[in-house]
Design a binder for this molecule. Structure first.
Ligand code: FAD
Length: 560
């Protein structure tokens, strides 16, 4: 008889564990217990099914129990919930949710992949029929049926994370008026606030009402239906449907009750081979801890990539007894928000600071391929690095085409412990329709390198007011027509191409703040002024475009 391998949870990590175990061990008996009615479904596609972008429900069902049986000789038991683990007797208690019957099932190896569950706040009416989560197919069927019924005119999404924003977009596309309420002052917590502001602006441009820095305190329900969402400041939002997406909690009850160690991050503690504190029990996916690629700390990262890869490895080691070490995780993620692609890897500046790592950043605005080839799309790329060591800590990108590629390149550099110099020197594929010989990744690394070498100084838009108060003269080095449209109040216009000739117009006794459209011509201007002997020159990071996003309330001057 082969090994008896039991798996708790049959979606991303569990399905990967089962199939890998089968491929490496022909004789093992492998059983997946899954408490929902579906195995191996595409949870990442759920918001798009609600939004009718994915129209066929079947497209979300990646595997069936029959396919598992025929192709992999894996026994999938749907609607079977594992209730407890008897580690001494090496068995688990399983309840058939249809019959109520319970059975003890013995194991040689147990793999825990129970995922995470949505956090449910203790509001009145949270179990009303028009309050939804998106985690299972059953959740999704109920939500979609409600939207399909045509009775949802106004919806409130609580939580502006990835799932919340994907759903906000999906509902908007279906003609629903959407409000998003978020406790933090920004959307998408993994982003720095300045980058998140651009995403918030885009959501508003697309008709989504945002309530940032706002806590929901309760719901108002009438006859089993939530009619209003009440915020702590007393404001109320009428709602025909509510999506709760305020985060997830790792499912660790089974592990905890069995005496397995659960780490301070809230996930099941595993070693580099995904073994829990019991050598016959493995854990992977949203329920388990991973090691962060930058901080080296144990964290939980509820994303499909780590769940699939670690599930696969857990399956391998469970049957083979050995295998590679689990890869560290940079928490690389990507999301579409209407016309913007937003992606992130590693640490943001605020996360680096929170982790006690000194951080600096370079912000560049570039096209995803050379401008002379039709179809180039703008991209903002923020590269976060550690001054001194020059280690790459993270990156965030917002734009259209090509955002995914740049973040993946930087994620790869982080995986290998790369520095600014590694990024500067990467040999990347180039032809006009795909990129630039100096790719946005290179440019970001060049800017960071220039900063590190003290070639120029940049300031953030928020600092502009203080610099003006300190007596800086503001020089807008764009063309006259650009300046005529809008600029920062008090700026004078000297085109960068005329700067050498007109430098005498500047007050030699006052420091200079240069600005342009996105920061590049400002850098050239700063170097010209420095070449002419000026030491007190700073450039506005991200230029006027970035200033307009960051300081929308400041008066702009129409100088034309
Ligand atoms: P899950 O996929 O949650 O599977 C765990 C399974 O275990 C569940 O089906 C559960 O029913 C079952 N289970 C739990 N306890 C028991 C028990 N006691 N007995 C039996 N069965 C049990 N990640 C990305 O990287 N990109 C995305 O675009 C993305 N989009 C997402 C969109 C949505 C709507 C959701 C919900 C998640 C998304 N994710 C995304 C996250 C990703 O889906 C998860 O990180 C991944 O599915 C985790 O895999 P897992 O196997 O650990 O857990």
């Amino acid at each position: 008889m082969g090994l008896r391998v039991l798996i708790v949870g049959g979606v991303a990590a569990g399905a990967s564990a089962a199939t890998r175990a089968r491929r490496l061990d022909y004789d093992a008996e492998i059983i997946i217990f899954e408490r929902s009615g579906h195995v191996s479904f595409a949870n990442c596609g759920l918001p798009y099914y609600v939004g009718d972008v994915i129209q066929e429900r079947e497209a979300l069902l990646l595997q069936s129990p029959e396919r598992f049986r025929d192709r992999f000789a894996v026994d999938v038991r749907l609607r079977h919930e594992v209730e407890s683990i008897d580690r001494v007797g090496r068995r688990i208690l399983v309840r058939n949710l249809d019959t109520g019957e319970t059975v003890w099932e013995p194991y040689d190896r147990l793999i825990l992949t129970p995922g995470a569950s949505p956090i449910i706040p203790p509001f009145d009416g949270v179990d009303c029929q028009n309050v939804f989560f998106l985690r299972t197919m059953e959740d999704t069927d109920a939500f979609r049926a409600c939207v399909d019924a045509g009775t949802v005119r106004r919806a409130v999404v609580v939580g502006a994370g990835f799932i919340g924003l994907e759903t906000a977009e999906a509902l908007t596309r279906r003609g629903v008026q959407v409000s998003v309420v978020e406790l933090l002052d920004q959307v998408l917590a993994p982003l720095d606030e300045d980058m998140a502001r651009r995403v918030a602006e885009h959501l508003r441009e697309n008709g989504v009402s945002l309530y940032l820095g706002s806590a929901v305190s309760n719901f108002k329900a009438e006859q089993g239906i939530v009619t209003e969402v009440i915020m702590e400041d007393g404001r109320t939002l009428p709602a025909d449907a509510v999506l709760l997406s305020i985060g997830v909690r790792p499912n660790t009850r089974l592990a905890r009750e069995a005496g397995l160690t659960v780490g301070s991050s809230g996930g099941i503690q595993v070693d580099q081979h995904l073994r829990t504190t019991d050598p016959n029990i493995f854990a992977a996916g949203d329920a388990a801890e991973v090691v962060h690629a930058v901080t080296g700390r144990r964290v939980t990262v509820p994303l499909a990539g780590p769940a699939n890869k670690h599930g696969r490895l857990a399956g391998e080691i469970a049957v083979a007894g050995k295998g590679a070490s689990a890869a560290k995780v940079a928490a690389t993620a990507i999301v579409q928000v209407f016309d913007l692609t937003v992606a992130v890897t590693g640490l943001s500046r605020k996360e680096a600071e929170r982790a006690g790592i000194a951080a600096q950043h370079a912000l560049v605005s570039r096209r995803h391929h050379v401008g002379y080839y039709p179809g180039a799309e703008e991209m903002l790329l923020k590269l976060v690095y550690e001054p001194g060591t020059r280690r790459v800590l993270g990156a965030q990108a917002i734009g259209g085409a090509g955002v995914d590629r740049r973040i993946d390149v930087i994620a790869t550099a982080i995986h290998f412990g790369g520095t600014l110099d590694d990024l500067s020197n990467l040999d990347l594929a180039y032809a006009p329709q795909f990129g630039a010989a100096k790719d946005p990744v290179h440019i970001a690394a060049f800017v960071a390198d220039n900063q590190e070498r003290g070639l120029f100084r940049q300031v953030e838009p928020a600092a502009v007011g203080d610099l003006i108060d300190q007596g800086y003269q503001l020089v807008d080095v764009r063309h006259a027509e650009e300046f005529a449209e809008e600029s920062i109040p008090g700026a004078v216009n000297i085109d960068v191409d005329e700067l050498r000739a007109r430098v005498g117009e500047l007050d030699p006794d006052r420091p200079v703040l240069v600005l342009c459209e996105v920061g590049q011509r400002g850098y050239y201007a700063a170097r010209i002024l420095q070449g002419l002997g000026r030491r007190d020159v700073v450039n506005l990071s991200g230029g006027y475009v970035w200033y307009a996003v960051q300081c929308p309330d400041e008066d702009t001057q129409r100088s034309g």
